[in-house]
Design a protein. Structure first.
Length: 288
């Protein structure tokens, strides 16, 4: 069971890595020079969030080929992958390690997660609870899509209808706009009292010239979890639509560390002939 769970984690890490790199799509390089000596004026969170949302990529479906490299437990692994996404509906990923032979396939929908491991003739069908427990992250489709498409999201996902502008407060530093979920003074008070359960800090750095997310960090003190993504080398896919050419991801849980670096190729949006085929062979065994 432990070996099967390790394989599933390996596949899931590759799937997330592949999809994040698919966001690194390009047609034209865009260079952004920051005026680091010029003090930024603070923008109210409502206005800042509106500017972010106005700069989201507008698409119905997306596809790309991806080169993925990650480090996990002192082992380097590089693979190629193909990714397809139907907005607000489906994420489809095929992992191809060598010789053009598919190693695994994954599908994420609003309420389910599916994997096929062709190396061991096994498959997994379940919900996000199983995957969340495996990675110690509160995951669902909305969080994944927002995270991977360089969009703003609330972590952990609220049970009620709290709005982004109610959850985040705006700040500035020397070169970025900042959205933060928890004030620093509150964090210090909770740490001093050793009240860590439920204490989650989420910070977003936003590039002033483009209103694109440059850095996202989540610190779950109670779970001893730190999740970080850095976006850089932004390029243009469509008119007024920028995505990062390179991404660096790091997940720390206790002593466990996962690092991912990403490169894209052959991106496309709104293809008419896109296919999301996902068939589980009858002779495959289910991973429980």
């Amino acid at each position: 069971m432990k070996e099967k769970k390790t394989i599933l984690k390996f596949i899931f890490v590759l799937c997330i890595a592949a999809f994040i790199s698919s966001c690194n799509t390009t047609k034209k390089t865009v260079t952004v020079e920051k005026e680091r000596d010029k003090k930024l004026k603070q923008i109210p969170e409502k206005k800042l969030i509106s500017h972010l949302q106005e700069n989201y990529l507008k698409y119905d479906n997306f596809s790309a080929k991806v080169n993925v490299k990650f480090v996990y437990k002192d082992k380097d692994q590089s693979v190629k992958a193909q990714i397809k996404i139907q907005k607000d509906s489906l994420i489809w990923i095929s992992i191809i390690p060598a010789l053009g032979i598919e190693f695994a396939r994954a599908q994420f929908s609003m309420d389910s997660v599916k994997f096929i491991n062709r190396m061991s003739n096994e498959y997994f069908v379940g919900d996000y609870k199983y995957v969340s427990e495996m990675f110690h992250l509160d995951l669902n489709y909305e969080v994944l899509q927002a995270l991977l498409m360089n969009e703003l999201f609330i972590y952990p996902s609220p049970d009620d209808s709290i709005k982004l502008r109610q959850y985040f407060k705006s700040e500035v530093d020397s070169s970025n706009y900042i959205l933060e979920s928890t004030r620093e003074r509150k964090i210090k008070r909770q740490l001093k009292k050793n009240r860590l359960d439920g204490l989650v800090e989420q910070n977003i750095k936003i590039i002033p010239e483009t209103f694109k997310i440059e850095h996202c960090e989540i610190n779950d003190y109670g779970a001893e979890l730190i999740f970080e993504i850095d976006y850089s080398d932004f390029e243009q896919l469509e008119e007024n639509s920028l995505f990062p050419n390179h991404s660096r991801i790091e997940v720390k849980y206790g002593k466990e560390v996962i690092q991912i670096s990403l490169k894209y190729s052959k991106p496309a949006v709104n293809k008419k002939d896109i296919n999301f085929n996902f068939v589980i062979p009858e002779d495959f065994k289910k991973i429980k």
